[in-house]
Design a protein around this ligand. Structure first.
Ligand SMILES: C[S@@+](CC[C@H](N)C(=O)[O-])C[C@H]1O[C@@H](n2cnc3c(N)ncnc32)[C@H](O)[C@@H]1O
Length: 242
């Protein structure tokens, strides 16, 4: 399915539809086990967290962790304001922390760990190993993890402009790293809903990916003709042994 955000005014609704469908995908991967506590690592502004909360039982408590710095400074404040507007604060504990050091969370204290677009921000092996070690520590035996990532497989926009999201771990790399961290029963699914961005939306998005003004100018004609399609996601799920 492709969601259209041709004009800037389409963007909010398109993102909301995208994350709503992504939350459905996560809920399917989490399964029907009883969940008392779930961690979302790298929750950002809560774009996934809020629809996810709406689809989980009201008894489920969420611990939303984010370091909220660098390009993401202030995102946790935006998230807290969004929770307040929706009167969801009671269901969420916000933890401002690096996911590689979850000191404030007890061993074996949570049922599920999820993340979306976090692992690409841990591009070096020791960084990812450290985070996976922490996820393993805080998960209860039998607990599960679900991580979504944009694919780095190049996708062509409608007029052939090839874009590649980088960095990104491949599902094979994640499988090995998760197995080495002690997880098992890994499986990968694909979330193939994408968003089509028209010219102005595409330019803004590519700036956040680090595209320089020169590169944007070089691609201007193609962007004006066709915009871009955002990448699809791979979603890896695995479990901690009982
Ligand atoms: C690309 S954003 C994704 C946000 C959100 N999950 C979403 O899908 O919209 C990555 C998020 O991960 C957070 N993050 C990156 N590295 C982190 C780390 N080492 N510890 C905690 N949070 C981190 C960033 O602050 C940012 O909010």
């Amino acid at each position: 399915m492709k969601i259209n955000a041709d004009r800037p005014r389409d963007l909010v609704a398109a993102r909301s539809k995208y994350y709503d469908r992504l939350a459905d995908h996560f809920v399917r991967e989490i399964g029907s086990n009883r969940i008392r506590t779930i961690i979302e690592a790298g929750c950002g502004r809560g774009q996934l967290t809020i629809p996810l909360l709406g689809k989980l039982p009201t008894s489920t408590r969420m611990i939303a962790v984010d370091s909220s710095k660098g390009p993401y400074a202030g995102w946790l404040n935006e998230f807290a304001a969004g929770l307040h507007r929706r009167r969801l604060e009671k269901r969420v504990r916000i933890v401002c922390s690096d996911v590689r050091n979850l000191d404030g969370l007890d061993n074996e204290s949570v049922d599920v760990v999820v993340s979306n677009e976090l692992l690409c921000d841990l591009p070096r092996k020791p960084q990812l190993q450290k985070a996976l070690g922490e996820f393993y520590r805080v998960l209860r035996p039998g607990g599960i993890m679900v991580h979504g990532e944009w694919s780095s497989y190049p996708t062509a926009g409608p007029q052939g402009l090839l874009i590649k999201h980088w960095p990104s771990w491949t599902p094979d790399q994640l499988f090995v790293m998760m197995r080495d961290a002690g997880f098992h029963d890994s499986r990968v699914t694909y979330f193939d809903t994408t968003v089509h961005l028209g010219y102005e939306n595409a330019v803004e998005e590519l700036r956040t990916w680090g595209w320089t003004e020169r590169l944007l100018k070089q691609s201007d004609r193609l962007l004006k003709h066709g915009g871009i399609d955002l990448p699809f996601e791979h979603v890896i799920r695995c479990a901690k042994g009982r």
